[in-house]
Ligand binder design. Structure first.
Ligand code: DC
Length: 206
């Protein structure tokens, strides 16, 4: 059976870097489920589908088979669009199978990162972690990431966008961003991502 490690948390909590490092350490597949929502949002915009039309976006979701590898899905605009479409129950339902298939395609194991991996996608995951950090710390990380990619951004705007996205992700009616009851909560505000990775490594025993 495939072993599943779930790493959930808000934008900028460090979950991507940590999930990648843990997957590499364990020799597991790394699955970034945010990239699935981003790929869908990107495809919807390209097809001229309104992000306010849940039925049309859900139909497109049903035909999605892979993650778009283009760096274009990593922009703030697409992140925001992904957050918007992710609040529709029918969109989430249509992406559920794809996320599970991605995780289970590895014979050994997979580290999945997202918002609802431990609560909805793989509630039976062997290990569940939920990373948090203060909005200010997350905005700083996000700003650095955008600057490294050459995207123009300033701290105040990034912080404002991040708070709006948190609000939407936490308050949607379906699969809101909340830790699973049996998840290990880790506040990454005052720790380097190397320290967080080490902490998780120490907790995983195979
Ligand atoms: O992790 P990210 O910032 O790339 O995700 C983009 C958006 O996708 C996020 O704001 C909410 C949505 N998302 C989700 O609802 N469920 C997931 N498992 C992953 C992402």
């Amino acid at each position: 059976m495939t072993d599943i490690v779930a790493i959930d948390g808000p934008a900028g909590s460090g979950k991507s870097s940590v999930a990648k490092a843990i997957a590499q350490e364990l020799g597991f597949l790394h699955v970034d489920t945010g990239a699935i929502y981003r790929s869908l949002a990107f495809a919807a915009l390209r097809a001229g589908i309104s992000l306010e039309d849940p039925g049309a976006v859900a139909q497109l979701a049903a035909s999605l088979t892979q993650i778009n590898p283009s760096p274009e899905i990593r922009t703030e605009k697409i992140g925001d669009a992904a957050s918007k479409i992710s609040r529709y129950p029918e969109v989430r339902a249509n992406l559920l199978d794809l996320q599970r298939r991605f995780g289970l395609q590895s014979k050994t194991g997979a580290v999945l990162e997202g918002r609802d991996i431990g609560t909805v996608v793989f509630p039976e995951a062997r290990y569940k972690f939920f990373l948090t950090a203060s909005p200010e710390q997350r905005a700083k990380r996000r700003l650095l990431e955008l600057q490294q990619r050459g995207e123009p951004a300033n701290y105040e705007d990034v912080l404002k966008d991040l708070k709006e996205r948190d609000e939407r992700d936490q308050n949607r009616s379906i699969a809101p961003l909340i830790p699973a009851k049996d998840a290990v909560l880790i506040d990454t505000s005052d720790h380097s991502l190397e320290q967080v990775t080490q902490k998780i490594k120490d907790l995983i025993t195979y």
